[in-house]
Ligand binder design. Structure first.
Ligand code: KIV
Length: 289
């Protein structure tokens, strides 16, 4: 989806079956600028922030306030990409009013749409958020907020019955009004069946190449997160090891007193140096240089 105009929800809907949509996560201003300068279509302020930025073991620890804080940092960069704010665990599980209020917090923080996890049982909540004029993206398959119920981060939809259920869930989400659906960690063939069954774009992560788009976690694709690499991640940079190497070189320079060098600091103006009896009072750059 090339161009200079901001990407809108109708643009995303219209991308069904066209050039694949590109979505990536971002959680702060620098990662949002990387994403937007690279020309992605959607930026997801994902609750994966819990794991890749805040150091938690799962996504269940972040609150709506945490998500609003990170969404605001992304939105302040005014990206062209559509900003999707992720509703965290327990922000839409206690009734429609609560869910609408929490979705509004992300919109007021600068998101243009929200994402939530789950199938048919989320229909009333999705309907209420959509009724409040807030566009909703669905999320099916491996839904990390259900990690304990699912028994771990496992591939979903691996039986014919589970695949049929996924298709039914996707149709229910569409009926409720979602504008796109993330499909996470499902067999490629199942993702194809879901993609063919719904009129809105599917955006895959670990769901094969037939989805209408792809999403990756920024820290995975940049190699900033290198502790676990799921099979569906392709690393396009090695920023963790590059960063370790850079900081180690800095540490060595500090210890050898080769950093800072003569041009990496400030000198007294000549007259002040002279008054203090320094350098014979000659030829040094001023403090403001
Ligand atoms: O929070 C997140 O990063 C996500 C993506 C994995 C889709 O939900």
């Amino acid at each position: 989806m090339s161009g200079l105009k901001p990407v809108t929800v109708p643009d995303v809907r219209a991308a069904k079956g066209q050039t694949p949509l590109v979505m990536v996560t971002a959680y702060d201003a620098p990662t949002a600028r990387i994403a937007d300068d690279a020309g992605v279509d959607l930026i997801l302020v994902g609750d994966s922030v819990a794991m890749v930025v805040l150091g938690y073991d799962d996504t269940l620890q972040v609150t709506i306030e945490d998500m609003a804080h990170h969404t605001a940092a992304v939105a302040r960069t005014h990206p062209r990409a559509l900003v999707v704010g992720d509703l965290p665990w327990m922000s839409y599980h206690q009734g429609a009013n609560d869910a609408v209020g929490n979705a509004a917090k992300l919109i007021r923080a600068g998101a243009k749409s929200v994402k939530l996890e789950g199938g048919a049982k989320r229909v009333p909540v999705i309907g209420a958020i959509v009724d409040a004029e807030i566009p909703v993206m669905g999320h099916l398959g491996l839904t990390p907020q259900s990690v304990h119920a699912l028994g771990g981060f496992k591939v979903q939809g691996r039986t014919a019955e589970a695949a049929r259920l996924l298709i039914a869930d996707a149709r229910a989400l569409v009926e409720a009004g979602v504008f796109a659906i993330v499909l996470e960690c499902v067999p490629d063939d199942v993702a194809t069946l879901v993609t063919e069954a719904v009129p809105v774009p599917t955006i895959g992560i670990g769901a094969g190449s037939t989805c209408d788009g792809q999403v990756l976690v920024m820290h995975d694709l940049l190699g900033l997160e290198d502790r676990v690499t799921p099979r569906f991640v392709r690393r396009y940079a090695e920023m963790k090891s590059d960063g370790v190497e850079a900081v180690a070189r800095y540490a060595a320079d500090v210890r050898a007193r080769t950093f800072p060098g003569p041009n990496e600091g400030y000198r007294l103006p000549g007259d002040a140096a002279e008054e203090l009896g320094l350098y014979g009072g000659s030829g040094h750059a001023s403090m403001s240089a």
